[in-house]
Write a protein that binds this ligand. Structure first.
Ligand SMILES: Nc1ncnc2c1ncn2[C@@H]1O[C@H](COP(=O)(O)OP(=O)(O)OP(=O)(O)O)[C@@H](O)[C@H]1O
Length: 282
């Protein structure tokens, strides 16, 4: 049975005279991957910011599992919503492991004094946190780089680390703002697999994306935002074929075979790199 994880009702966000998001109703159910697409400036990131408490919506409410959320980022995270940002926001001079540990602070019950005095309660909590952080690094495939500085990771791994840090708050819903921006096709395919794996862990996912193959491949449902309003919502097939979406955003019908061209490109690149690796080992 599907139950709503996130429910946005009549969310409107105005900046002075500009209405960036207008009366948007939106639901994400448990077990779903939902895509949010739309042209530049359509209001997607503003809407994300309203969901996560970074902006206080001018009108409307956001509920998580039936409870209206206070518009405060730390309370939203504590409730169970985590996010990544369009631009990478890691602590560049901290290690991979430390970055994930930072993401765990909303789940650590130990208070400031306990942390300062480093008493037994703190040490136990710290050990448990570290174990959980390592599990997450294994999940995303970065466990071998736990002690590397975040700034020394390749771009695709920095994006993965952001996701691990978001997962460290043990969310029930993960919001991804353009997770494949700047990625090559191999990294994009790996991210696709990662998002499916996250969903399979019982975490609902809402993602903003400009890569149509990625979003139509992944999403159970896609919503299209145009000039702050929800134009269409439905399955990938329905959205791709909708005349209004084609006119306002896609420009031409999507070729209906998401992933085929990308898969061929990735397979070619992987075949090449496998040959290269074998060559080095011999
Ligand atoms: N803090 C702000 N103050 C004033 N206007 C803003 C603010 N944030 C966003 N806007 C405006 O709101 C509108 C929606 O912007 P937003 O960044 O949400 O769009 P978007 O769909 O995420 O675009 P993109 O795909 O380019 O990231 C734009 O006209 C933008 O200039």
């Amino acid at each position: 049975m599907t139950t709503p994880v996130l429910e946005a009702r009549n969310v409107t966000m105005r900046f002075g005279g500009l209405t960036a998001v207008r009366s948007v109703d939106f639901t994400v159910n448990s077990g779903e991957i939902v895509g949010l697409i739309g042209p530049n400036g359509a209001g997607k990131t503003t809407f994300f910011n309203c969901l996560t408490g970074l902006y206080v919506p001018t009108e409307g409410t956001v509920s998580y599992k039936g409870t209206v959320l206070p518009p405060k980022p730390h309370l939203v995270t504590q409730a169970g919503i985590a996010r990544t940002f369009q631009n990478i926001r890691l602590f560049a001079n901290m290690t991979v492991l430390e970055n994930v540990l930072v993401g765990r602070h909303t789940r650590t019950k130990e208070g400031l004094w306990s942390a300062l005095l480093r008493g037994p309660g703190f040490k136990k909590a710290e050990k448990a946190s570290e174990e959980r952080a390592m599990e997450l690094l294994e999940f995303i495939g970065l466990e071998a780089k736990r002690d590397h500085l975040a700034r020394n990771l390749p771009y695709g791994e920095q994006r993965k680390l952001e996701i691990a840090r978001a997962l460290a708050s043990e969310p029930g819903l993960l919001l991804l703002d353009e997770p494949t921006a700047g990625m090559n096709p191999q990294e994009t395919r790996a991210t696709e697999e990662l998002v499916f794996a996250i969903r399979d862990k019982g975490i609902a996912v809402l993602l903003i994306e400009h890569d149509m193959r990625f979003v139509f491949n992944l999403s159970d449902r896609v919503a299209v935002l145009v000039q702050g309003e929800k134009l269409v919502e439905g399955t990938s097939d329905v959205v791709q074929a909708d005349e209004r979406v084609i006119a306002a955003y896609l420009g031409e019908p999507f070729d209906g075979d998401p992933g085929a061209a990308e898969a061929a490109e990735v397979d070619a690149a992987e075949a090449q790199s496998t040959t290269g690796t074998k060559g080095e080992a011999q």
